[in-house]
Ligand binder design. Structure first.
Ligand SMILES: Nc1ncnc2c1ncn2[C@@H]1O[C@H](COP(=O)(O)OP(=O)(O)O)[C@@H](O)[C@H]1O
Ligand SMILES: C=C(OP(=O)(O)O)C(=O)O
Length: 502
């Protein structure tokens, strides 16, 4: 009699090694670009530029599959019957630095969509082709039905009917973050990372920084900024999007190059040069009739993207890991809090992680700008049981008490017409915190610490009590705290101390 394992073995094999007529492997980036070149829109920059049918992630079509039903099985069999007659490309990539026991990811895509393989190979560090991998992503963009099937047990994702590269990238990293949680005792963070070298009362020190934030709240802007620091002070930019935080307080990077949003790139000098270089691979950006790429034309989508090479971004090196995290920033675009607040405890930080609070930005939906929004961990890629992530972050912060956590408001204060937190205000506030030049005082209405003073022009504009009376502010914040608590209690299994901390 067949054991359950034997019975499932052919299924798992087909899932992780899709059958195909022939498999193209070990192709160089140039070869992938050449195979995909029939799709590239000519432009004066000389970049590969692809326009996709689907232009953002298909969250509503994403299913986490733990047990196979007849319908899912029959769909997969149809897909495999189709692939049996197709040529596919396989790219083997490394998630993480070569010296840190990285994960290996295999990405399979039908040859017609070589552009996805081209972007994947440029985004990650490629390795010599190998048959076994920790993570498998199978992409069949031409499939008539749109479905993203995530199989956490088999560390495999099957993407059907989407040719948006972000789906492939995030399927792979979603699984890497899941493995970090399930096998490494860590937690995946939808966050950028950098090192900031600043003068502190003890002399020049390097501070490892993690920057969380929902799309459009300033993650890339802050991560790539030099904060106006001059040598010997300065920054080293490590990662733009996904880090794996380990129990020992180190954060492993995942990507070699960055997959940036281009809607604001004209205002982001640090990445504009990289996006304007011929090495960039552009997705869904407009090319004017004269052949110039026009990042400000959003006719195709507000989710224009580019793979930009890290060596074209100032202050990057080959390094992608952060050996010591000293500070974590939670970016929120709000209209009622100071530029920076310090959280009081690991419990409070874990609460703000679970709250994943912000407002909708134009990057997401221009017609709903300003509406409140919450996503646990600022991370739409948590596969299941988000409270496990909150509890895990709590444990890591308790075990590494040197890590300080801050809320950074990249919106305004005093309402929609209040004082604007310009990027410069934010950059200076962050340096103030890291260099320990800010004196903190407890604000009983906010329930956390706020700067006694900020070293920025017109600092009083950014003080809540310039805009609100104490009674008014107590009422606004009181209502918010109640709403936050009501939200947190819904997470069964979340440590009680986290719920009590807001
Ligand atoms: N205080 C601020 N901090 C960071 N970015 C800000 C701030 N105020 C306005 N912005 C603008 O908001 C946009 C943030 O975009 P980006 O950094 O790409 O966000 P994310 O990486 O979170 O998607 C940029 O255009 C930036 O200039
Ligand atoms: C690729 C995506 O993720 P991010 O916005 O974090 O780059 C996406 O959401 O489409």
């Amino acid at each position: 009699m067949l054991s359950v394992y034997d019975e499932f073995q052919p299924f798992i094999t087909a899932l992780r090694h899709p059958p195909c007529r022939s498999l193209l492997r070990d192709l160089s980036n140039q070869e992938l670009a050449a195979i995909a070149s029939f799709e590239s829109v000519p432009n004066n920059q000389g970049s590969a530029l692809y326009v996709t049918r689907i232009r953002s992630r298909s969250a509503a079509f994403t299913e986490i599959v733990y047990s196979m039903d007849e319908e899912a099985l029959s769909l997969l069999k149809q897909v495999w019957d189709y692939l049996r007659w197709q040529q596919m490309i396989r790219v083997t990539a490394r998630i993480g630095a070569h010296d840190k026991n990285p994960m290996i990811a295999n990405m399979y895509v039908t040859r017609r969509y070589a552009r996805i393989a081209h972007m994947f190979a440029a985004n990650f560090a490629t390795e010599a082709d190998q048959d076994t991998a920790d993570i498998v992503t199978v992409v069949v963009p031409e499939w008539h039905q749109r479905k993203i099937l995530v199989f956490p047990q088999y560390r495999t994702t099957c993407i059907l009917g989407s040719d948006y590269y972000g789906e492939t990238k995030m399927a792979t990293l979603r699984m890497a973050m899941h493995i970090a949680r399930e096998e490494l005792g860590g937690v995946g963070l939808h966050a950028g990372s950098k090192i900031v070298r600043v003068n502190t009362p003890r002399g020049l020190e390097e501070k490892g920084l993690i920057v969380f934030g929902l799309s459009g709240t300033g993650k890339t802007t802050i991560t790539t900024s030099d904060h106006g620091l001059e040598a010997p002070e300065g920054v080293e930019v490590l990662q733009d999007d996904i880090n794996l935080l380990l129990p020992n307080g180190k954060a492993l990077g995942t990507e070699r190059n960055f997959y940036i949003k281009t809607d604001n790139v004209m205002k982001q000098p640090e990445i504009l040069a990289a996006a304007s270089h011929s090495s960039a691979i552009i997705e869904n950006c407009w090319v004017d009739d004269d052949g110039n790429i026009n990042f400000n034309n959003h006719a195709l989508t507000t989710n224009g993207r580019a793979i930009v090479f890290r060596d074209k971004i100032p202050n990057t090196s080959e390094k992608i890991d952060l050996d010591r995290v000293d500070a974590i920033l939670f970016n929120m675009r709000r209209y009622d809090t100071p530029p920076i607040c310090r959280l009081m405890s690991p419990e409070q930080a874990a609460a703000f992680y679970m709250l994943g609070e912000s407002t909708i930005t134009s990057a997401e939906d221009p017609s709903r700008v300003g509406q409140a929004k919450r996503v646990v961990g600022f991370d739409p890629f948590i596969i299941d049981n988000p409270h496990v992530n909150g509890n895990r972050l709590l444990r890591i912060l308790r075990d590494n008490p040197h890590i300080k956590c801050y809320i950074v408001n990249t919106g305004r204060i005093g309402g929609r017409d209040g004082a604007n937190m310009t990027p410069d205000v934010t950059f200076k506030a962050i340096v103030g915190a890291l260099s320990e030049r800010i004196n903190w005082k407890y604000d009983d209405i906010l329930g956390c610490e706020v700067p006694e003073a900020l070293d920025i022009p017109n600092a009083e504009q950014y003080d809540p009590y310039t805009h609100y009376s104490r009674e008014e502010y107590a009422q606004i914040m009181g209502a918010l705290r109640k709403e936050r608590k009501d939200y947190l209690v819904k997470f069964k299994g979340l440590a009680q101390e986290v719920i009590s901390a807001v």
